[in-house]
Structure formats: structure tokens, C-alpha cells
Design a binder for this molecule. Structure first.
Ligand SMILES: Cc1ncc(C[n+]2csc(CCOP(=O)(O)OP(=O)(O)O)c2C)c(N)n1
Ligand SMILES: [Mg+2]
Length: 330
């Protein structure tokens, strides 16, 4: 297990971020049930430590490419819960003016290159960003999050190949939650540790406990330093678990109650909270105060989303790139 020898301010920050990711998701799920949020939600409940540990190891000027399960990545990179909630609620004040929803949120000022509905779609985008940073010699790093399923896509292999060849400043972060939709990992890949796939592309591959925020933070720090030194990319695999369905409403018939209960016992947020008290000696009152602050932030986010206007029907085509059946491009 990782060591907890960090300043209290760092530990508090990591916990606040993890708790915010968890509670953002639970609010979004509730608000979807209550009718404020239309559309799909792929929640990252259970995967808070990978999002927070990896983003905390980056500089504000570094960039991330996210996935369909991206709310945690966005929050961890500094995304504003108000604009995120408003986007989920399809309001004009949201990150995409209410027209993109969960799968399209981005904030270039914060280095968030975007969620992505295409599995493995963010990986080549991060490689492109890494190539730009290398050419400009500006010392920035691009990190791509993706799932275990994404490592079976051609885009993953093509992107790692070029990044390895050109020694690009990229971190490939695989959140191995053991399933791609309802397919367990051993039915979709012939290897158990996906990090070994790095060896084909001349880069280090590291497997860490993806439910241990400090282990993730440390591995990502090392990868970022290596990238900034010009030594090239790293593949990090964080073993974790999605505690809820692939999407909200998933009947989850493909996994056992025992398995789910076992991973519930290894809950990353509760585990870190416990360590903060027992190992780092943080007073429980301080932690409770962080939790109250986060709840207030989320009260505000939900109220902001609910009171924001919906896009007017006549603006439906503004800001949307697409093609009509007649072949007209907007
Ligand atoms: C190219 C592509 N193929 C298939 C899909 C349908 N799809 C959406 S999520 C998903 C599973 C992805 O699994 P993984 O990469 O492990 O991510 P996780 O959902 O576990 O976070 C699939 C197959 C898609 N969106 N894009
Ligand atoms: Mg997966």
C-alpha cells in the first residue's frame, strides 16, 4: 500500500476532490430520476481514485482527454460542477450550451479536451496534443483516460505505436474496471495485466491499485516527470471497479452480488477517509467540514442548472456541426 507521508493540505485536497466526484455522480443520478436530467449517465462511482490521483499529479497547463465515463475526470481537472450539471440538464448555461450532454463536455482553458462517446476516441487526440507540445517544446503533458475495453481497439495500438516511436509527452491511463459493458476482461483480452501491452511500444507499463489514490498519484507523477524530461510516454493501468451499472438502468445480470459486495468493501473514497483519520491523524471534524462544503457546492450546482433556461428551438442548429440528409454541412 502507498505511504501517506504527504502534507495535510495535499491529503485534504485529494479527499475533497474524491468526495466531490462521488457526490456529483450521486446527485446527477438522483436528478436524472427526478426528471431534471435527460439522456444517459455512465457513472464513475467506484473509480474516483484514478480520476483524482492522476489529475492531481498534473500541472494546470497539462491536458486530459476523457471518455464516456468522464464526469470524474472533468471534476478532477477543475471542471465547474455548475456548468457540468447545467450541461447534463440540457441548459444554455452548460459547457456545450446544453446541446452536448455528458459525452461532449470540455473546457479548453482548464486543459479538458473533452469527454468522448467513441471508445478509445480520446487516445489519438491526446497523442496529437503531445505531438504539438513536443514541437513547441513547451514542457506540457497530455494524459488520456480510457477503459480496459478500449485497449482492444485499433486506435489504442496505433496511438501507442506513434507515441512510443516519437517519444511523445503522453500518459496513457487505463482505468481497468474489469468490464467493457457486460463483457468481463477475460472474455475480451488474452492478458490479465493490460500494462504489459506497453512493451510492444517501447514504453514502461505499470499496474497500480486503482482504488488507492496515493498509488495512482505517485505512478502518474513519475510518468509526468519522464514525459517532461523528453523520455517519452508511459502506460499506467489502474485496477478498479465500477460500482454501478455500465449506464444508469443497466440490470447488471452479468456479475455476481458477491463480487460487487467485495469491491464495495474496497471502496476508494471510504478507504481514503479511513486512512486520513487512522494513519494521517486528520480530525474527523475537518473531514466532515470538507463534506459539508462539497454538499453546499452541489446544492448550488443543482439550483443553477434547474433555474437556467433551455435552448430555444430556433437555435437548434447553431453551434452544431453535422450533416443533413441533403448533404448540407453546418
Ligand atoms: C468505437 C466504439 N465501439 C463501441 C461503443 C459502444 N460502447 C460504449 S462504452 C463501451 C464499453 C467500453 O468499455 P471500457 O473501455 O472498458 O470502458 P468502461 O465503460 O468500462 O468505463 C462500448 C462497447 C462505442 N461507444 N464506441
Ligand atoms: Mg471497462
Amino acid at each position: 500500500m502507498s505511504s501517506i507521508q504527504y502534507p495535510a493540505s495535499t491529503l485534504r485536497h485529494l479527499y475533497r476532490q474524491m468526495y466531490l466526484v462521488r457526490e456529483f455522480e450521486l446527485r446527477a443520478i438522483n436528478e436524472r430520476r427526478a426528471g431534471l436530467i435527460p439522456g444517459f449517465i455512465h457513472s464513475c462511482v467506484g473509480q474516483e481514485a484514478t480520476a483524482v490521483g492522476a489529475c492531481a499529479a498534473l500541472e494546470p497547463t497539462d491536458v486530459i482527454a476523457s471518455t464516456h465515463r468522464g464526469h470524474g475526470h472533468l471534476v478532477a481537472k477543475g471542471g465547474d460542477p455548475k456548468y457540468m450539471m447545467a450541461e447534463l440538464a440540457a441548459r444554455t448555461t452548460g459547457y456545450c450550451g446544453g446541446k452536448g450532454g455528458s459525452l461532449h463536455m470540455s473546457d479548453f482553458d482548464l486543459g479538458i479536451l473533452g469527454a468522448n462517446g467513441i471508445v478509445a476516441g480520446g487516445i489519438p487526440i491526446a497523442v496529437g496534443a503531445g505531438l504539438a507540445f513536443q514541437q513547441k517544446k513547451d514542457g506540457r503533458v497530455a494524459l488520456s483516460f480510457f477503459g480496459d475495453g478500449a485497449t482492444n481497439e485499433g486506435a489504442f495500438h496505433e496511438a501507442l505505436n506513434l507515441a512510443g516511436l516519437w517519444k511523445l509527452p503522453v500518459i496513457f491511463f487505463c482505468e481497468n474496471n474489469l468490464y467493457g459493458e457486460g463483457t468481463p476482461q477475460d472474455k475480451q483480452a488474452p492478458v490479465a495485466d493490460l500494462a504489459i501491452r506497453a512493451s510492444s511500444y517501447a514504453m514502461p507499463g505499470v499496474t497500480v491499485d486503482g482504488n488507492d489514490v496515493l498509488a495512482v498519484y505517485e505512478a502518474t507523477k513519475i510518468a509526468a516527470a519522464r514525459a517532461r524530461a523528453g523520455d517519452g510516454p508511459t502506460l499506467i493501468e489502474g485496477k478498479t471497479y465500477r460500482q454501478r451499472g455500465h449506464y444508469e438502468g443497466d440490470p447488471m445480470i452479468y456479475r455476481s452480488k458477491d463480487e460487487m459486495a467485495e469491491w464495495q468493501r474496497r471502496d476508494p473514497v471510504a478507504a481514503f477517509r479511513g486512512r486520513l483519520i487512522s494513519e494521517a491523524g486528520l480530525p474527523e471534524g475537518e473531514i466532515a467540514q470538507i463534506e459539508r462544503d462539497v454538499q453546499a457546492t452541489l446544492d448550488e450546482a443543482v439550483a443553477f442548472a434547474a433555474s437556467s433556461p433551455k435552448p430555444a428551438p430556433e437555435t437548434a442548429l447553431a453551434g452544431v456541426y453535422g450533416e443533413t440528409h441533403a448533404g448540407l454541412v453546418f
